[in-house]
Write a protein that binds this ligand. Structure first.
Ligand code: FMN
Length: 430
């Protein structure tokens, strides 16, 4: 079995440290679907979507971020897996993705301060520094600095979610430490100004991530894959940079991490959609490749690179730079069978309309809305419609969010939820 280097091209298997094998080097990257059903659980729509992607020819499917804390969601349609969630819906979701032989990993996440101001629940951060996106800043909640107890609870929550993902039949988890969410906030010297053991030096800023990896590894089986999504850089002056990423990868290697997915950016500098505020990243294919290639030269852990890949020659080029797995989000929302098409020498079935708006945060939202529009269509058994106009996609997205927010608010305050989230219930479920 080949190791996790790129000797044999896109369709060669990858053996990971934990022993699990990915059938090929093409991954569907995490994309928050916003499709949670009753009780913030996956339902027939998530199942339909992942059955479709499971047959795409990709070797690995990573779910959109699943929330570890019911009171802290990246968006109102977010799926929650905590100590109180029933496992059956998650088992059905896992099996839908795995039915055609792909590995299915759950991305697990906490938004920290990156929550909308209109969301119920909590807005936590390493410090009480709010998201700054210029005139759109009011859209985000004002965070409170986490107590040490809240930090420890959060470590437990990630481990519980990972343990239960394995019980449900997932093959691995990816811990989301990128894109300005909680773990990325702790890593950032711009957002984390704590003076205790959770802030200051890089080792301290990485402590929440490393403790979560440690706690997760201690509750899952050795063959269960544990991956981390990490920013190669935050693309903000004075923020987490490529040297920091290099050092954090070294820390993760010692803890038994199988794969690190390299990405970049946050809401403040949306480099993950090719729109960093400092303008260093061109909107081009595989825009993080230079950073990832440098990291790959010395990385003790196989790397996955996501961001802007749509063509097989770009993907091959990325593998040639010693990246082990290529990730695609947008391209697989537009052309859900793209890996199979590549095998046949074909390309993408279409492209999204470009969003050349001068308001970068709004353009980034519209671009995400165009992608989510495709996911909603596939979840309803329809074909993607990439020609949707960005403004219309944005309106449809806002409507779906408003509906989801009503359901989530009702659920969070429901008597039933209150009764089942007592500490005793939690202990019993574990
Ligand atoms: C609608 C949408 C939702 C996303 N949700 C997530 C997410 O839940 N977790 C994550 O790590 N990245 C998320 N991303 C970022 C993608 O994983 C990926 O890094 C980014 O889209 C760039 O890759 P691409 O050019 O192949 O789409 C999302 C992207 C889009 C468009």
């Amino acid at each position: 079995m080949p190791s996790a280097s790129a000797q044999d091209g896109l369709f060669s298997p990858v053996q990971l440290r934990s022993g699990s094998v990915l059938p090929n080097r093409i991954a569907k990257a995490a994309m928050e679907e916003g499709l949670a059903g009753q009780g913030q659980l996956p339902d027939e729509r998530s199942i339909a979507l992942y059955r479709r992607w499971g047959a795409s020819g990709a070797g690995l499917l990573i779910t959109g971020n699943v929330m570890v804390h019911a009171e802290a969601l990246t968006g109102p349609g977010g799926i929650v897996l905590d100590a109180d969630s029933p496992l059956e819906p998650f088992a059905a979701w896992a099996w839908a993705g795995k039915a055609a032989g792909a590995a299915m990993w759950m991305q697990i996440s906490h938004p920290g301060r990156q929550v909308q101001a209109n969301m119920p629940g909590v807005a936590w951060g390493p410090s009480d520094i709010a998201v700054d996106v210029g005139r759109h800043s009011k859209r985000f909640a004002k965070p409170v600095a986490m107590t040490v107890d809240q930090i420890r609870e959060t470590i437990d929550r990630f481990a519980i979610t990972a343990e239960r993902a394995e019980l449900a039949g997932f093959d691995g988890v990816e811990i989301h430490a990128a894109h300005g969410y909680l773990l990325s906030q702790f890593l950032s010297p711009l957002v984390n100004n704590r003076i205790d053991e959770w802030g200051g030096s890089l080792e301290n800023r990485a402590r929440l991530l490393t403790e979560i990896v440690r706690a997760t590894r201690s509750v899952v089986s050795p063959e269960f894959a544990v991956a981390v999504k990490l920013n190669s850089a935050d693309f903000q002056r004075g923020g987490f940079d490529a040297d920091d990423a290099h050092q954090v990868i070294g820390m993760l290697a010692a803890l038994g991490v199988d794969l690190v997915e390299v990405s970049g950016g946050s809401y403040e500098s949306p480099a993950m959609s090719g729109r960093p505020t400092d303008g260093r990243t061109a909107a081009r294919e595989a825009y993080f490749l230079e950073l990832a290639a440098n990291l790959a030269k010395s990385s003790p852990i196989p790397l996955m690179l996501t961001g802007g890949i749509t063509r097989s020659d770009t993907a091959e080029h990325v593998l040639a730079e010693k990246v082990a797995v290529i990730g695609m989000g947008t391209a697989l929302a537009v052309t859900p069978d793209l890996p199979n098409r590549w095998r046949e020498g074909l390309g993408a079935a279409g492209t999204l309309k470009p969003v050349n708006w001068s308001d970068k945060p709004l353009a980034s939202l519209a671009q995400m809305a165009q992608v989510r529009y495709q996911m909603r269509r596939m979840a309803a058994g329809k074909e993607p419609a990439p020609g949707i106009r960005p403004t219309l996609a944005l309106i449809a997205d806002q409507r779906a969010k408003a509906r989801a927010l009503r359901h989530y608010s009702r659920w969070l305050t429901s008597e039933q939820r209150e009764q089942t989230t007592t500490p005793t219930a939690r202990a019993a479920v574990r």
